[in-house]
Design a protein around this ligand. Structure first.
Ligand SMILES: O=C1O[C@H](COP(=O)(O)O)[C@@H](O)[C@H](O)[C@H]1O
Length: 251
């Protein structure tokens, strides 16, 4: 089952970050009801970093039991550990270093240590499968990824999500959950990304998008056009969280 998208628009990028941060706190606290561990998939990019800073700066962040959050990433720029362009570095600097989390529950994609992005993708798929097995439901369901409570996705001006780029072969991969990406049109060229089947395990998917350069991609995705961002849907909720500029071409 999947959900039709809804759209919420904030006046500007700062207001968007504050609104998404408030939602993030609510979503994670709801997911932790009854002692559950929340699984959240983080994204990278400018607006995501602004959201993470807003969460870190908000007094409401204390409502989350950070020890009971498993952090995953939708994609990673395949660079050495600590590189400021890595999505994990940005999330760590903006938020994760500022909360009392369990380091064993932070599942960054591997950094470039010379092993290659294929090996990094395989290792990530194995981590996801191990977590899924550990939290397997009584029904005996054998998913290859845990049930994500929340997947956050940025969107590029070309309509890419995670590191799934228009026209790239990764768009049709359905037999694994994490893949290597070469020759990305957006630097850096080498990346690791979750696949669409992995993203489909989300209860909620939030597209978080700011800026006029994204307006065409947003309009195309929301009208079901041919961009990667048109595909992911949450099982319970799919929400487009936009600033005015990104929403300016929605018909
Ligand atoms: O490279 C990436 O870019 C997109 C969007 O980033 P933004 O700076 O334009 O908001 C992001 O969603 C993705 O995770 C990241 O690897």
């Amino acid at each position: 089952m999947s959900s039709a998208p809804t759209v919420q628009v904030a006046p500007d990028a700062d207001a968007l970050a504050a609104a998404v941060a408030a939602r993030f706190v609510t979503r994670l606290t709801d997911a932790q009801t009854g002692g559950r561990v929340a699984h959240v998939v983080l994204t990278g990019g400018r607006v995501a970093s602004a959201v993470y800073r807003a969460v870190a700066d908000s007094a409401a962040r204390t409502a989350i039991d950070w020890q009971r959050v498993e952090f995953w990433w939708g994609d990673e720029r395949f660079l050495p550990d600590g590189d400021p362009e890595r999505n994990a570095t940005q999330a760590w600097d903006a938020l994760l270093s500022k909360v009392d989390l369990d380091p064993d529950k932070v599942h960054a994609m591997a950094a470039d240590t010379g092993q290659g992005p294929e090996a990094a993708a395989t290792a990530y798929a194995e981590q996801l499968a191990a977590a899924a097995a550990a939290s397997a439901s009584a029904s005996g369901e054998t998913a290859q990824v845990p049930a994500f409570d929340l997947v956050m996705l940025g969107v590029g001006p070309d309509g890419h999500v995670a590191s799934l780029f228009p026209g790239f072969p990764q768009l049709t991969i359905d037999d694994t959950t994490a893949v290597a990406v070469h020759d990305s049109p957006k630097p850096p060229p080498t990346r690791v990304s979750l696949t669409f089947p992995a993203l489909a395990h989300a209860a909620e998917i939030w597209f978080v998008v700011a800026g006029e350069d994204k307006a065409d991609a947003v309009q195309t995705a929301l009208s079901g056009g041919d961009v990667p961002a048109a595909t992911p849907q949450g099982k319970e909720r799919t929400v487009w969280l936009l600033d005015n500029a990104a929403a300016s071409k929605i018909k």
